[in-house]
Design a protein around this ligand. Structure first.
Ligand SMILES: [Zn+2]
Ligand SMILES: [Zn+2]
Length: 137
């Protein structure tokens, strides 16, 4: 599933929307208009919300958090089990598999999930590029 998530500028709530071709993006809570998607194929040519052309990738921290909770659970397993090494190897594997990259808009901070084939096009956050957009946040 492809989706966009952001903090709505009107109701200040964090909300997610499913993305399809030819969709109007409206906040699911307060129905403020966010923007419009023409085609998903061209969604990263310019952000459907703010028309920004620069994006960066980051790890999906919601998923990362889930993994950290799991790690704490694992850490609580008594050491006498002697399982820590294989368990941590397993954790690593799960982390690599479960935590996907998401694509973020530099200007409006929208997060795009489910665009696996597109993530190669973008680089992680670059500080000097981020500075340019600081005033919009
Ligand atoms: Zn809203
Ligand atoms: Zn944007």
């Amino acid at each position: 599933m492809k989706s966009i998530s952001r903090h709505c500028p009107r109701c200040k709530q964090y909300a997610a929307l499913e993305l399809h071709d030819q969709t109007s993006l409206n906040c699911p809570r307060c129905s403020a208009r966010w923007g419009r998607v023409a085609t998903l194929k061209e969604i990263f040519d310019s952000c459907p919300v703010c028309q920004c052309r620069q994006f960066y990738i980051s790890k999906d921290f919601n998923q990362l958090l889930g993994c950290l909770v799991m790690l704490v659970g694992i850490a609580l397993v008594p050491f006498t089990y002697g399982l820590s090494l294989p368990v941590f190897a397993l954790f690593d594997w799960l982390l690599a598999r479960r935590v996907e990259s998401l694509i973020n808009c530099y200007k409006c901070g929208s997060e795009f999930r489910g665009f696996k084939e597109e993530t190669n096009r973008f680089k992680p956050f670059l500080h000097h590029v981020g500075l340019k957009y600081d005033k919009y946040r």
